[in-house]
Design a protein around this ligand. Structure first.
Ligand code: BDP
Length: 642
């Protein structure tokens, strides 16, 4: 029977020295697996049922059967398979896609776990890619964009496409389709045409031929991801055309093969008075102008994957265009692969955000999963920027795997809670002992808030070191740099206070949100404290809910973050009996780095901002150890942090 073949393929030879959530290869389960095309299920959905003839996994497709088998295995491993099972699952999003920012020289932009797993220019690492695809299948991820959004035109060269086809062949049995990022100038740069103007017939023809070539090699190719007119990359605006002109031209080329275009909304011009306004300003006027095989891929927040941002107002804005969320799983702005930060709570916060758009379904998840405007959503999708590299444990930090895992689980079922995801991940990865699981779970669940505290509490954002986004440099200001790449553009600290005024008397960003959010964010009294400096410029002596001045509160938050990391160290020390020596020691060593980095952040920020507040670090907060001048001299050895 066909599914037996599919399940058998899952077996994998590599041993489990990578510490992943699945400790062995095949999903062997105690059930009969049935594929029946007549079942009432969406593609790749499944049922697990106890029937008089025994336990069954039922699905319409082989991949659905595979997902059901993994789901049952998960239940068995986490002690939830004992009662009578009657389960039906269908995915929240049709396309659950990892975005790899991998370059053809095998480096990875914002990657912290070694070289690219695709091994460009070397023989295809079949076993490694199988294992990667198997891990994805086990959590329902069904697409991979193989290359960096900062795409080189070379990606579409024939020899690379043949290579992509080989990768696609390896991943196909696991239901993982390949997609590619494309460079908008490819017709000129690779094809030798005089222009890449999307309205030029020769350019359109070039893309049509390219699509035909790709599909002749990869019949189930997913489509293109495009970063255009963003951070110096080419795009339709270079030819005075719109984003819609550009996206539609590519969409037309892919349409005969059911391919899609994921057109990114990550755009911002230098010198814009508020970068947070720009995606909305550029895309709202184009709402309804995109082909129905185009999705606008929007970062969760309006600026750039910061430890905390409000959701992007575009999600509540566009009603006639399909949208998808892009999350960052790689920890560009949260400690690379050194800090233990379980990102699921951040994803959940965004997906559950109520945009208050005029529809019964108004959260980001409901809108992007097509519930709110079903006639607009020809397909639905969600993307996560991968944290995967050639490191033995895939992600550089054993706990970073939990964010990859959580992305897959939430993409499959946006209603799951981060807590249940963390629990099942811990149980499958380390131990089912409650004495281990409960404290470590608590550490994971608070870890993102802790990182926010020691890096950028109370709505602060983008005060990173310019070169690497790892450590603090709120003072960073090289000569001639773009203003919107400087921390001071975002923190606006001065003797009168701190924070970016996005209220109606500032940049007006609050009005990109629906009521009651717009007024809630606009007013100092009702703006949530965790977003205060995102929306307001606050006087240093502003009174906070705690009764402290803003300055004292900020110092307390920084300090709280450091102390939390020390608590995590104690939790992990107590976890020693439950974890093998290698993984225990690896996590312990990373927590040591994290504690030291958290102090670095706190000491740098309270002293730097103290120069503006003119106020002392409160006496009940640990006093900075190293003077600011010394901290300013730290130049990171990125090798150590990679
Ligand atoms: C920023 C990254 C940069 C990416 C860019 C993007 O620093 O490396 O190319 O986002 O998403 O966060 O395009």
């Amino acid at each position: 029977m066909a599914i037996a073949a599919a399940v058998a393929i899952i077996g994998c030879s590599k041993s489990n020295d990578d510490g992943t959530w699945l400790l062995d290869g095949s999903p062997k389960v105690n059930a009969e697996v049935v594929v029946d095309e007549t079942l009432d299920l969406v593609n790749d959905g499944f049922m697990i049922k106890d029937t008089p003839e025994g336990r069954k996994v039922l699905a319409r497709t082989e991949i659905g059967a595979l997902y059901g088998t993994y789901a049952l295995q998960r239940l068995e491993r986490t002690g939830q398979a004992d009662g009578v099972l009657d389960i039906k699952e269908e995915p929240s999003f049709e396309r659950r896609i990892l975005n790899h920012w991998d370059n053809l020289n095998n480096t990875i932009e914002r990657g912290y776990a070694g070289w690219s797993i695709w091994h460009w220019g070397e023989p295809v690492p079949v076993e490694l890619i199988k294992e990667y695809a198997r891990l994805n299948a086990s959590i329902g991820i069904n697409g991979s964009v193989l290359n960096n959004v900062n795409a080189t035109p070379e990606m579409l060269r024939r020899d690379y496409l043949e290579r992509v086809a080989e990768i696609a062949d390896v991943m196909r049995p696991y239901g993982v389709r390949v997609y590619l990022s494309v460079n908008f100038s490819s017709p000129a740069a690779l094809g030798g045409l005089p222009t890449s103007d999307p309205l030029d017939p020769a350019v359109q023809q070039w893309w049509r031929s390219k699509a035909e070539e790709i599909y002749s090699l990869i019949p189930d190719f997913g489509g293109f991801l495009v970063k255009a007119n963003s951070e110096g990359l080419p795009g339709p605006q270079d030819f005075s055309r719109t984003h819609a002109d550009g996206a539609n031209m590519l969409a037309d080329a892919l349409e005969p093969y059911d391919g899609i275009v994921m057109w990114r909304a990550f755009v911002y011009a230098p010198n814009s008075p508020d970068r947070a306004n720009q995606a909305y300003d550029e895309f709202m006027p184009l709402d309804g102008e995109f082909r129905d095989n185009v999705l606008i891929q929007i970062k969760n927040g309006p600026v750039d994957f910061q430890p905390r941002e409000p959701f992007s107002p575009l999600f509540g804005g566009m009603t006639k265009t399909a949208m998808m969320v892009e999350f960052q799983i790689t920890q560009e702005y949260m400690g690379g692969s050194n800090h233990l930060v379980y990102l699921s709570t951040q994803l959940e916060e965004c997906l559950d955000s109520d945009t208050h758009c005029d529809n019964e379904y108004s959260t980001v998840a409901e809108i992007t999963s097509g519930k709110a405007y079903p006639e607009v959503y020809n397909t639905t999708a969600i993307a996560g920027v991968a944290n995967i590299g050639r490191d033995k444990n895939w992600c550089g930090h054993y706990f970073a795997q939990s964010s990859w895992y959580a992305f897959g689980r939430l993409a499959w079922n946006a209603e799951l809670s981060s807590e249940e995801i963390a629990r099942e991940w811990l149980q499958q990865t380390f131990s089912t002992e409650p004495e281990f699981v409960e404290p470590v779970l608590d550490m994971m669940m608070t870890s993102r808030e802790t990182a926010v505290d020691y890096m950028m509490p109370l709505g602060l954002h983008h005060i990173f070191a310019g070169e690497h986004h790892y450590g603090p440099e709120p003072w960073y200001e090289p000569e001639g740099a773009r203003l919107d790449w400087l921390p001071k553009y975002y923190h606006q600290a001065g003797p009168d206070g701190i924070g970016f005024d996005r209220t109606r008397s500032g940049s007006g960003n609050v009005d990109q949100y629906h009521e009651p959010l717009a007024s809630m964010y606009n007013s100092l009294e009702t703006c949530p404290e965790e977003l205060l400096l995102w929306f307001h410029h606050i006087p240093w002596d502003h009174r906070m809910a705690s009764g402290r001045t803003f300055w004292d509160e900020m110092c307390h938050r920084y300090d709280r973050g450091v102390k939390k990391v020390r608590e995590y160290q104690a939790v992990w020390d107590a976890a020693k009996p439950y974890v093998d020596e290698e993984r225990w020691e690896a996590v312990r060593a990373k927590l040591e780095i994290q504690e030291s980095d958290a102090r670095w952040w706190r000491d740098a920020c309270v002293q730097y901002f103290g120069e503006f507040s003119g106020m002392p670090v409160p006496a009940d907060v640990e006093q900075p150890e190293r003077p600011l001048e010394e901290l300013k001299k730290i130049k990171l050895n990125m090798k150590h942090h990679n």
